[in-house]
Write a protein of this length. Structure first.
Length: 373
């Protein structure tokens, strides 16, 4: 088997209760076993990335999509899930392909996929579109007219190999695959974009606390104590791909939290952009939050934004450092709202991802150009 083999300490016997501990990213990878087929998947990703690395001017984006699960049993009958159908990721991947990017699509098994998402079995069952004439099957108008450009784009991506899909199911699969994918893309330096739309579990059960077999309901109520998943955005930005253009998403149900939480993430992790979306409006409205670093003496009033407010953020890994760092520098943020009804007033079928991707392309190109100076 080719490629480097990921290693982790052998797992202790399952279901031995151990005291709860705080996992750093390093602890996590040292104690949690990689998924069985990691080496093969990593090698497939490496080959695919190498192919595009050799094509001048070809940019590559990692799109993560769908929600991760936390299995409660090793022989899994039950698991906790994170909300995400994979619409954002699958739709965005199509627009990236259309704009000439190669797309590494890291997605939850059975979540929506580029192109086929238009014919999801629940919303638009494919069989309902088909007609039979004698022994021939066809697609009647107006469905055929809608299908044609989708099929053309799908066939083009397949023929050119511009999309590689890699599946995850659990939070553990996701973290190992994310690190592997980032590692193989890092040599692309600024040509690599990371578009982290997956909904990632915040809590997990370390494998030494996962029951081996189906938990029996005869034992009465179930109490679970879960550990916090390390925030991998920090090493991703600072160690795994320091030159990549990194976009994370922030999902909130309270709209007022979107901008402060997005700013906090930028300050904490130091990446380029957070796209904030409120659960119910996410298909029509998003906000781009970016950090503009300026020396206090410059007093640049051309940048819309404000100084970072002090944080009281429960998921604030490293919050004390963040506050200390604030004293050293003045941070200014800009916010750009995208409203679909303003961007495409006469196109009822328009998707906000089209506009998200076009905005991102401009920023990514600036990032590449700045690196070339
Ligand atoms: O698929 P759809 O149904 O269309 O839904 C799309 C979406 C709403 C899920 C998507 O647009 C979205 O907002 N995704 C991010 C969800 C979210 O808020 O994730 P988070 O708060 O758990 O993480 C925020 C960021 O931190 C993420 O970019 C994630 O990559 C990163 N993270 C999260 C957990 C963790 N342990 N480490 C991380 O680095």
């Amino acid at each position: 088997m080719a490629g480097s083999v990921e290693t982790a300490a052998p797992a202790p016997a399952a279901a031995t209760p151990t005291p709860q501990r705080e996992f750093t990213t390093d602890d996590y990878f040292q104690t949690q076993r990689p998924p069985a087929n990691l080496a093969e998947k990593k090698e497939a990703m490496r080959k695919w990335v190498d192919k595009w690395a050799g094509v001048e001017g070809k940019n590559v984006v990692l799109v993560t999509s769908g929600g991760t699960t936390v299995p409660l049993e090793a022989n899994t009958v039950r698991f906790l899930d994170n909300f995400s159908a994979g619409t954002r990721g699958a739709t965005s991947a199509e627009y990236f392909l259309d704009r000439g990017y190669a797309v590494l699509f890291l997605h939850r098994t059975h979540s929506l996929r580029p192109f086929s998402r238009h014919y999801s079995h629940s919303l638009n069952p494919f069989l309902d579109l088909l007609t039979i004439t004698g022994d021939s099957i066809g697609v009647a108008d107006p469905q055929a007219a809608k299908l044609l450009p989708i099929l053309r784009a799908y066939n083009k991506a397949q023929a050119e190999g511009t999309i590689l899909s890699v599946e995850f199911q659990t939070i553990n699969d996701y973290l190992w695959l994310l690190r592997a994918a980032t590692g193989v893309m890092a040599p692309l330096e600024r040509r690599a974009m990371f578009y982290l739309a997956a909904a990632v579990s915040d809590f997990f059960l370390p494998e030494d606390r996962v029951a081996e077999h189906k938990i029996q309901s005869t034992k009465g109520s179930l109490s679970l104590e879960m550990d916090q998943v390390p925030k991998v955005l920090r090493p991703l930005v600072q160690e795994w791909t320091p030159e990549g253009y990194i976009v994370s998403f922030k999902l909130e149900t309270d709209e007022d939290l979107l901008v402060p939480k997005a700013r906090a993430a930028l300050s904490r992790y130091g990446h380029q952009l957070v796209i904030g979306n409120e659960l119910h409006k996410r298909k029509h409205e998003v906000v781009f939050v970016e950090r503009k670093m300026r020396e206090k003496s410059i007093g640049d009033d051309r940048i819309r934004g404000a100084e970072t407010p002090p944080l009281a953020d429960s998921d604030a890994e490293g919050a004390p450092n963040f506050r200390r760092d604030l004293k050293k520098k003045k941070e200014v943020f800009s916010e750009t709202w995208l409203h679909l009804n303003q961007l495409a007033p006469n196109r009822p079928e328009a998707e906000i991802e089209e506009f998200i991707i076009d905005e991102l392309l401009k920023r990514h190109q600036e990032w590449i150009d700045r690196g070339a100076k």
